[in-house]
Ligand binder design. Structure first.
Ligand SMILES: CC(=O)SCCNC(=O)CCNC(=O)[C@H](O)C(C)(C)COP(=O)(O)OP(=O)(O)OC[C@H]1O[C@@H](n2cnc3c(N)ncnc32)[C@H](O)[C@@H]1OP(=O)(O)O
Ligand SMILES: O=C([O-])CC(=O)C(=O)O
Length: 373
């Protein structure tokens, strides 16, 4: 059944054109440049998909090796940025850290010309994991970590810096899948933010900084953290069911469920759910997985609401030992590709985005003298 796309929130209104992805089109839930998301998640590494989204085609072996080497060389952070990160307190939210990190980078390595947009984007793709982990390890463990590792992939680089040791192959593989699933999603709120900013002919760092702010909220990317906060409070599947029924009765929003465009399933869910199960078996924590499955069943039975991409990401990341507050920053490491590609698309065929509002305020009136107010 197709979802009725109308009403507030610009729902269902076409706000521009894109050749980057399709969302919720019958027969193929989600495609990037014509490739089905499952096909990409089953057969590609994240860097291949980033290349596809940013440069327009899937790389061949040589192009992939070259692209990975280029990203590897750019993992270092300028000293001035490290100093800023060291001043941000431990209890800051890592999304705020990343927002600041991106903005500071824009001061130090400014995009002087749109001709530099690919280079600027590759640099951000390479160093965002360094920004997150440098701050996290300094503020939490008092350690100034080495961010220039020789890890093969962005996900591997992230896990290595976070845990201080090379990740096992299964975890690196799950990071590839996760980053692929989160990479691009048409005119979602954060991407639209980036495009609005781009439409003023602003710079790439400003577009991405704004997009990070939009992704942070629990109705968007922040839902993976909110889902984790919820499921870790449940002691068993039966407890999860009991507590969820209470939340539904109180009309609380349950994070990680529902979607603005999909009607009855988010194609990313089956994919990440399968990996979450495999990880749960590997770490021997089948309770958290069973709790998550019960939440899924209850929401479908009671509300016909389904898990979106965020819900099983929560348990999957938790099984890999990733702290909950770093969940949404991982989303940024990936979605940066989609944001930047949309900025480039907007720039290539731009008109400033400036919709109209329906006025609901006072009729025209006169300013009363100050002693008469
Ligand atoms: C990667 C991503 O960003 S995916 C989205 C991540 N966000 C979340 O998981 C947050 C929880 N989900 C939600 O808040 C919403 O489903 C959104 C924001 C994703 C989509 O919002 P909308 O398009 O406005 O939702 P939609 O029109 O389908 O809502 C229909 C009804 O279901 C309810 N509903 C939707 N999602 C949920 C939910 N997760 N829990 C409880 N009720 C819900 C709505 O409140 C609404 O009820 P109403 O008609 O009584 O007001
Ligand atoms: O499309 C949306 O509204 C939200 C979403 O799933 C995403 O950005 O991945």
């Amino acid at each position: 059944m197709a979802k009725q796309l109308s009403g507030a929130g610009l729902r269902g209104q076409v706000a521009g054109k894109t050749a980057l992805s399709t969302v919720g089109i019958a027969g193929s839930g989600l495609t990037y440049r014509g490739y089905d998301i499952k096909d990409l998640a089953d057969n590609c590494q994240f860097e291949e998909v980033a290349h596809l989204i940013l440069k327009g085609h899937l790389p061949n072996q040589g192009e992939l090796a070259e692209y990975k080497a280029l990203l590897q060389r750019q993992r270092g952070l300028p000293q001035a940025l490290k100093e800023v990160l060291e001043r941000i307190p431990k209890d800051a939210h890592p999304m705020d850290v990343l927002r600041t990190g991106c903005s500071v980078l824009g001061n130090l390595e400014t995009e002087e010309s749109f001709d530099d947009q690919q280079t600027i984007t590759d640099r951000m793709l390479a160093c965002f994991p360094s920004i997150i982990c440098y701050w996290y390890r300094f503020s939490h463990d008092g350690e100034r970590i080495e961010v220039e590792t020789d890890d093969d992939s962005i996900g591997g680089h992230f896990l290595h810096m976070l845990h201080g040791k090379k990740p096992e192959p299964l975890h690196e593989q799950v990071m590839h899948v996760s980053l692929i699933l989160y990479a691009e999603h048409e005119f979602n709120a954060s991407t639209f933010t980036a495009r609005v900013c781009a439409s003023t002919l602003s710079d790439m760092h400003s577009c991405v900084t704004g997009a990070i702010g939009s992704l942070r909220g629990p109705l968007h990317g922040g839902a993976n953290e909110a889902a984790m906060d919820m499921i870790e409070k449940f002691s068993s599947p039966d407890d999860a069911e009991k507590q969820m029924m209470g939340m539904l009765e109180r009309k609380e929003k349950i994070m990680g469920f529902g979607h603005a465009v999909y009607s009855d399933n988010d194609p990313r869910n089956d994919i990440i759910k399968k990996w979450s199960k495999e990880l749960s078996e590997q770490v021997g924590n089948e309770n958290l997985y069973a709790i998550s499955e019960r939440c899924e069943a209850v929401m479908w039975r009671e509300k016909k609401l389904f898990c979106n991409a965020d819900f099983f990401h929560a348990s999957a990341y938790n099984f890999m030992g990733i702290p909950t507050k770093l969940f949404t920053p991982i989303f940024v490491m990936s979605r940066l590709t989609g944001w930047a590609a949309h900025v480039m698309e907007q720039r290539a065929d731009n008109r400033i985005i400036r919709p109209s509002a329906e006025y609901t305020g006072e009729e025209l009136r006169q300013v009363p003298a100050i002693d008469a107010r």
